[in-house]
Design a protein around this ligand. Structure first.
Ligand SMILES: Nc1ncnc2c1ncn2[C@@H]1O[C@H](COP(=O)(O)OP(=O)(O)O)[C@@H](O)[C@H]1O
Ligand SMILES: [Mg+2]
Length: 215
């Protein structure tokens, strides 16, 4: 079986981490090996940088510095983890990937969408997910879900920023409908999971869909 690369995207609190765990279990249940990663993170070097990025004490990080830190994490993740796993024919599921940088740094921080696209290509050496699940929810719903949780540096941003990010993600999906599927994240957990599984069955039938359907 060829490797398969799936990414999950969406604003904080949309349900990515929850669904990554569920979908990873479902795919494992079909007998395929699944590697779950989170971006930034999942390598020694990227975990160091991740801590820097999420530390509220680092509110003086410049927007372009931040861009390069995220890209550095991704470059390491791609080379050390994702490409080798795909080479072994495994299924890689990433909690965030390049689209997050485009949405947050390109649309949210307004660093320039084309510039960030190019920077992403350099960081990933051109690696693109086979399928991207964009879990979309309104900003206020996400905020309510997170209110009980610790607020990190990024989550402390003002409301407008998150609106730009959400719309940025939706714009990416409009531009690349063949890769990016929009999932309604306001549905109950099980319904979101079902919508994701249906999408995978439809979009990557040869690689995954038939196995999931018969699971
Ligand atoms: N479909 C859903 N309906 C209600 N609550 C949800 C749903 N999906 C996730 N949650 C809850 O919202 C919070 C954020 O979910 P999480 O998976 O951590 O989001 P993310 O990783 O995108 O930030 C968690 O407390 C989670 O249990
Ligand atoms: Mg998460």
């Amino acid at each position: 079986m060829p490797g398969l690369f799936i990414s999950f995207e969406g604003i904080d609190g949309c349900g990515k981490t929850t669904q990554v765990e569920r979908v990873a279990e479902i795919i494992r249940g079909t007998g395929r090996e699944v590697v779950s990663v989170r971006d930034p993170g999942s390598t020694r070097v990227a975990d160091l940088v991740r801590n820097m990025l999420l530390d509220r004490g680092n509110s003086d990080i410049d927007a372009r510095t931040e861009l390069f830190l995220y890209l550095a994490c991704r470059a390491q993740l791609v080379e050390q983890c994702i490409r080798p796993a795909l080479g072994r024919g495994q299924v890689v599921i990433s909690d965030r990937f390049s689209d997050s940088t485009l949405a947050y740094q390109g649309y949210g921080r307004m660093l320039g969408v084309e510039l960030v696209r190019q920077a992403n290509r350099i960081a990933t050496a051109g690696l693109t997910p086979n399928v991207t699940l964009l879990i979309d929810i309104p900003v206020n719903v996400a905020r309510d879900r997170r209110s009980a949780q610790m607020v990190d540096r990024l989550e402390a941003e003002e409301g407008n920023f998150h609106e730009r990010v959400r719309n940025g993600f939706l714009e990416i999906a409009r531009r690349e409908p063949e890769r990016v599927a929009v999932i309604d994240g306001t549905l109950p957990l099980d319904e979101v999971t079902n919508a994701i599984v249906d999408t995978l069955a439809l979009r990557v039938p040869v690689m995954l869909g038939d196995v999931i359907k018969s699971a």
